[in-house]
Design a protein around this ligand. Structure first.
Ligand SMILES: *Cc1c(COP(=O)(O)O)cnc(C)c1O
Length: 228
């Protein structure tokens, strides 16, 4: 299967999942996770109509963004990996979105370092809804304080929440994790926030995520094949 074929198949999955729960498929953005994959794969996906790409590693993502911009491709770049505080400057410079904020300190540095002449950086807070098993992400109890702090930063715009629940084939468990993320967003909005983004669902569980309200699904393997 070519990248173009895979892209069509994933778009079809998104449409079917949206239809099954009465949602408009246009409300769901496919984020193509291109980490470890060569520029040629991104160019192929772009030729098939894909615009939003996700990267996990700062240097790799910045290099790709710069090369492909120089080649004339207009793409939207999302950073979805862990961020160390000494790597915030290139993240603030190369990306349009950051999905993986779980500490105020990192957000504050991104806000300081974002070029004021560019649009603000779109931010999702990564929340840990799987408890002990996963180390990244803010605990649900600490989410409101983090959201208040990030929303106050001038060159960031707080858009929503991101989660990577533990992998499982149990669709009921998948849905309960995603429903929890949705509930956390609703709670923040009830406290006066204006979040419109739920970044959740990957190759294996995007249907469950869409059923629970995902607005961005992050798909790597199903689009580009297995990573080495
Ligand atoms: C790698 C990655 C993905 C894509 O996962 P697949 O299972 O390959 O679709 C999505 N989100 C994050 C944060 C990732 O690191």
């Amino acid at each position: 299967m070519s990248i173009s074929d895979n892209l069509q198949a994933i778009r079809h999955r998104i449409e079917q999942a949206a239809r099954a729960c009465g949602r408009d498929p246009a409300g769901i953005t496919l984020l193509a996770v291109s980490k470890t994959k060569p520029d040629a794969d991104i160019i192929a996906a772009h030729a098939a109509g894909q615009r939003a790409f996700g990267e996990n590693y700062v240097q790799e993502g910045c290099d790709k963004a710069q090369r492909l911009e120089a080649a004339g491709l207009e793409l939207e770049w999302h950073f979805i990996g862990p961020i160390q505080s000494n790597k915030t400057r290139p993240v603030a410079g190369c990306f349009d979105w950051v999905h993986s904020i779980d500490r105020e300190k990192i957000a504050a540095r991104l806000s300081e370092q974002r070029d004021p002449h560019r649009p603000p950086l779109n931010i999702c807070l990564q929340v840990n809804v799987s408890g002990e098993e996963s180390k990244s992400g803010v605990a649900p109890a600490e989410l409101p304080a983090l959201a208040d702090a990030v929303a106050a930063l001038p060159r960031l715009v707080l858009r929503g929440l991101m989660a990577i629940p533990e992998p499982t084939d149990d669709v009921t468990l998948q849905r309960s994790r995603f429903a929890h993320v949705r509930q956390l967003m609703d709670d923040l909005n009830a406290r006066g926030h204006h979040l419109d983004t739920l970044s959740m669902g990957m190759s294996q569980d995007l249907e469950a995520a869409i059923a629970e309200g995902a607005t961005i699904v992050r798909v790597g393997t199903a689009l580009f094949g297995a990573r080495a």
